[in-house]
Design a protein around this ligand. Structure first.
Ligand SMILES: Cc1ncc(COP(=O)(O)O)c(C=O)c1O
Length: 423
């Protein structure tokens, strides 16, 4: 056995969270070979309990029809509320500050309706230049909705020339320089391409001092990092649940609205009946009276079947605990980094920051080859049974997830990558 393999065995034997891997279905290829799945940043694995949660709802629907709204084992009328406490624990918020609803981009639009309120000279949005395209489309279309243009009203921050990741001080400097022109600052928690975790507390502080509203895209942060949304004081945050929350493709997303906005009936919002006070919802009155807190931004009754796997997964998070998961994650990703540095130095460049505080579980790699050859390395890696993903123009993303990946998985991935890059 190689020293690396021996080390992986020792780490796995000492891992108190190792048992959670058995609570997930791990994919196999056509030949029945278990894949090394390092792609939780794109789609998390299926909790084995998810099917039971979905089947329960199908059975209750069969058995009860419409009565299931009130007497299903988990009554559908308040189905979404079962996610509130575990989501609040994951993002560091009060239960009333979070809601499971819609999907990420929909929630981003709903939040911008309320929190992007251009007025006079304060009419610009600051984003990072490599923002996920959907965020960019959403922001540009919101600008257009207000009769504004991206050319004049969108400010993009980017890494310094020759650098791959953002410097906190540079972003703060830009926020301070733009000052009174900023209506909204929209930032990611973890940047999807580079894997950089932004230092959110000082960035949010700077934006608020400048008088701007602050929103966060936590697609790659929730279930990955420890978050303290209430304390950090962002105005809103949005996320999806199909990545590190393992709730399945297209699963219901989520939203945070800070408690200081809970009673803001003055804010414009796109309203729907599920955001209306449940005590009088079925009186079918014409006047909208919003629920105090994040639930007041709901539009429609919750999609029970696409919410059920989220509850299954959140129960696993509750038992594992985000603190312990993060501790393992730091060790697991650190192990991946060390193996890459010792075995593939000069062949693979890690563009994700090296400090644990500046990244989540994902490492983003550039393969030191011309673009087409680098992409072929990824294809060879996939053919060898390692699931990561390729993002144009030149990034291979690998994410060991502490809930279901082992140190052995990381070693197998690096073994396969070593062959793929040298072929
Ligand atoms: C960072 C980020 N933002 C936004 C989205 C869009 O999510 P949705 O399709 O759920 O709206 C994604 C999807 O992967 C993402 O990674």
């Amino acid at each position: 056995m190689s020293p690396d393999a021996a080390a992986a065995l020792v780490h796995d034997a000492a891992d108190s969270l190792a048992g959670f891997a058995d609570e997930f279905h791990h994919p196999f290829d056509g030949a029945g070979r278990k894949l090394v799945y390092l792609c939780g940043h794109s789609l998390g694995l299926q909790p084995k309990t998810a099917a039971g949660y979905v089947e329960q709802e199908l059975k209750d629907w069969q058995r009860l029809g419409v009565l299931g709204h009130h007497v299903a084992e988990r009554p559908w009328i308040e189905y979404h509320q079962q996610a509130s406490a575990p989501l609040a624990a994951l993002v560091g918020a009060h239960e009333t500050e979070v809601v499971a609803m819609n999907s990420l981009t929909v929630n981003l639009h709903l939040m911008m309706v309320s929190f992007f309120r251009p007025a006079g000279a304060r009419n610009r949005i600051l984003v990072e230049k490599s923002a996920f395209p959907s965020d960019r489309y959403a922001v540009e279309s919101q600008l257009a909705f207000h009769g504004l243009t991206a050319a004049e009203h969108l400010i993009e921050v980017e890494p310094r020339p020759g650098e791959r990741v953002l410097r906190t001080a540079d972003v703060i400097d830009r926020i301070e320089r733009e000052g009174g022109s900023l209506a909204l600052v929209l930032l990611p928690g973890v940047q999807y391409l580079t894997g950089q975790a932004l230092d959110l507390a000082p960035l949010i502080g700077a934006a608020r001092r400048a008088g701007a509203a602050v929103g966060l895209d936590l697609a790659h942060s929730i279930g990955n990092m420890q978050l303290s949304l209430n304390e950090w004081n962002a105005d809103f945050a949005v996320w999806c649940s199909y990545k590190f929350l393992n709730a399945g493709p297209g699963a219901i997303g989520g939203c945070f609205v800070h408690a200081r906005h809970a009673g803001r009936v003055d804010l414009p919002r796109f309203a729907g009946w599920w955001g209306h006070d449940p005590a009088i919802r079925f009186q079918m009155g014409a006047q909208f009276r919003p629920i105090m807190g994040a639930q007041g931004w709901q539009l429609s009754n919750p999609p029970v079947l696409s919410s059920a796997p989220l509850l299954a997964s959140l129960d696993i998070f509750r038992r594992a605990g985000i603190l312990r998961l993060r501790e393992k994650s730091v060790a697991l990703t650190g192990y991946l980094e060390r193996l890459l540095q010792t075995r593939l130095r000069g062949l693979v460049e890690i563009i994700t920051p090296s400090a644990a505080a500046d990244r989540g579980c994902q490492l983003s790699l550039r393969i030191a080859r011309p673009a087409a050859a680098a992409k072929r390395c990824h294809e060879r890696l996939a053919a060898a049974g390692v699931v990561g993903d390729w993002r144009e123009p030149d990034v291979l993303r690998l994410a060991p997830v502490p809930l279901y990946n082992s140190f052995g998985d990381v070693l197998s991935a690096v073994d396969a990558l070593a062959i793929a890059v040298q072929e």
